[in-house]
Design a protein around this ligand. Sequence first.
Ligand SMILES: [Zn+2]
Length: 176
Amino acid sequence: MTTTASGLVERAVRAARTQRAADPDGFHRRHDTPHTWDRWARRARVAREIAAALDTPVDAVLVTDDPHRTYPTRTGPVPGDLITVTDPLTAHPWRFIPDNATPGQSWWLLDRCPGCATEVPVARVATLADLGDHLDPNRPGGANRKSAERPTECACSPSSPGEAAVRGVARNATVR
Ligand SMILES: [Zn+2]
């Protein structure tokens, strides 16, 4: 069907332009080596998984280098994934990082720390309901209810020191 074909062309070109604008270098170099293609394809899977979990269109999700977090690999630290989900209705960007459990299973929502305004993990999210539970002003238990232990990412974070290292995630500042 012609309608469907032109619809796909339009969406594909828009997706390419969005990606090129968000991550010019990463998009341009994705075919350079098996490693860059592997990372590109892996991030495409990350986008599909979080889009499915949050019931958003896949093209609302962008996965780029995390400027603040690195992950140890055999060949040295590499940038983590910074996942940006742009609400198609409000254009509000929601940012997530992987939680280092089973890949594609759950993520950390990032938001400003109320204490110091650093962008830190605030809620562990596997489903739309987890996000809603975090955002719901009328949630049972309020601020005193039990929530997942979050990685330490700022001086005023309530979780125990060293937890970030245990999870294998570290702010750039702590990687030598
Ligand atoms: Zn803080």
